[in-house]
Design a protein around this ligand. Structure first.
Ligand SMILES: Nc1ncnc2c1ncn2[C@@H]1O[C@H](COP(=O)(O)OP(=O)(O)OP(=O)(O)O)[C@@H](O)[C@H]1O
Ligand SMILES: [Mg+2]
Length: 361
């Protein structure tokens, strides 16, 4: 192979990569690694790896093993810390370069989109298993509930103020069960998703207006829309529910004063990730919904897209499950990154194409 510009390959490599000499000295770092660790290659070249990753890091074990035994070592689920930067977990590979003169190539693949996507797809099947039960629940619960509520209201007519408090409680709580039944029933609503051209900005605008007038009156919204964003394809009402749930969650997470929810859209024609059900064109529409709230508890983050997962007193835990179901039905994906003070939901959706006009999917 002549004429290959290895320098260019090295800097184009989308995975963070370092070259390590004598089991510890950093002698090179590609651009992906520079942005991953937040330092330039110049700043770290010639320095000890241990100085950055910490003396007890498993990264060092992997490097030592590879250096001592002159073999390639792969470790999964390695936590990679870099100075005071937050930990990322991923797969670490160390491989000898050339004929064992001591140089090692160290590659780190952070746990990423593919896995998060997998999680969101898995939640979809969990959501589907709720659907069968939903229709039955809705039917079997709604009638007796109306009876209970009606009877309590009749009773209250002949009661004094103190006792009426109790009948009001009954009516209030039956309303709450009624709401829950309605929400669960949405899962049973298996109408085929219509495949119209949908302007995402219109949907978000409508959702934000409603939110500002209601549960998100205390929130400041920052909207940064990419005017070149083409339409997506799907069901406008269902997509409205997606943003409604995400914005509601964000507004519930932010503090009563100083809460900010940022919504950004971008057109990224380069993103060609496809999932089952997605059109071949990939998922170039990106929508970010970020808030400065308390963040999602780390032990919960794996499960938030599953039905009935909630930390809220009056939460049903169905919001994000519905979000994930609707988005995957639309051939899109959603992923989430969260830490205290910064939670970001990232949605990727396909673009409306001429094939959609003809009803081909
Ligand atoms: N933006 C966010 N910031 C912090 N935590 C969040 C955020 N979004 C979701 N969560 C967490 O994920 C959980 C699940 O969210 P989901 O919308 O599915 O249900 P819920 O909001 O609890 O209930 P419901 O949507 O029925 O009101 C929440 O209880 C909350 O702990
Ligand atoms: Mg919610």
């Amino acid at each position: 192979m002549t004429g290959v510009d290895y320098e260019a390959v090295w800097s184009a490599l989308p995975i963070p990569a370092l070259i390590i000499q004598d089991a510890d000295k950093i002698v090179g770092m590609n651009s992906a690694a520079e942005s991953f660790v937040g330092a330039s290659s110049k700043q770290v070249t010639g320095k000890s790896l241990e100085q950055f990753v910490g003396s007890s890091s498993r990264v060092l074990d992997v490097v030592r093993q590879a250096a001592e035994k002159s073999v390639s070592v792969v470790q999964y689920e390695v936590e990679f810390a870099w100075k005071d930067k937050a930990l990322r977990t991923g797969t670490l590979q160390a491989a000898q370069i050339g004929r064992g003169d001591g140089d090692l190539l160290l590659l780190f693949t952070p746990r990423g989109l593919a896995e998060k996507m997998d999680r969101s797809l898995a939640s979809r099947s969990a959501a589907r298993s709720v659907t069968g039960m939903a229709a039955m629940l809705a039917h079997e619960i709604r009638n007796p509930l109306a009876g209970i509520s009606g009877a309590a209201q009749l009773l209250s007519m002949n009661l004094d103020e103190a006792d009426r408090e109790l009948t009001n409680l009954i009516v209030g709580e039956t309303d709450r069960i009624g709401d829950l039944v309605n929400r669960v029933e949405q899962f049973g609503d298996m109408r085929p998703t219509s495949r119209e051209s949908v302007n995402i900005h219109d949907v978000i605008d409508r959702t934000v207006k409603l939110a500002k007038a209601g549960h998100a009156a205390h929130v400041r919204f920052i909207e940064e829309y990419d005017p070149s964003l083409p339409p997506t394809v799907g069901d406008q009402d269902q997509l409205h529910q997606v943003f409604q749930n995400l914005i509601k969650n964000a507004s519930e997470a932010v503090p009563p004063v100083g809460g900010v929810v940022t919504i950004k859209t971008a057109f990224r024609p380069g993103v060609r990730l496809t999932v089952p059900g997605a059109v071949a064109a990939g998922l170039p529409l990106e929508i970010l919904i970020a808030d400065n709230g308390k963040g999602i508890q780390p032990d919960l983050i794996e499960d938030i897209f599953d039905p009935f997962v909630t930390t809220k007193v009056n939460g049903s835990g169905l919001g994000l499950s519905l979000v994930s179901k609707v988005l995957t039905d639309h051939g899109g994906v959603i992923e989430c990154d969260s830490e205290e003070g910064r939670t970001i939901f990232r949605i990727l959706l396909p673009v409306f194409t001429s094939a959609d006009v003809r009803g081909v999917s």
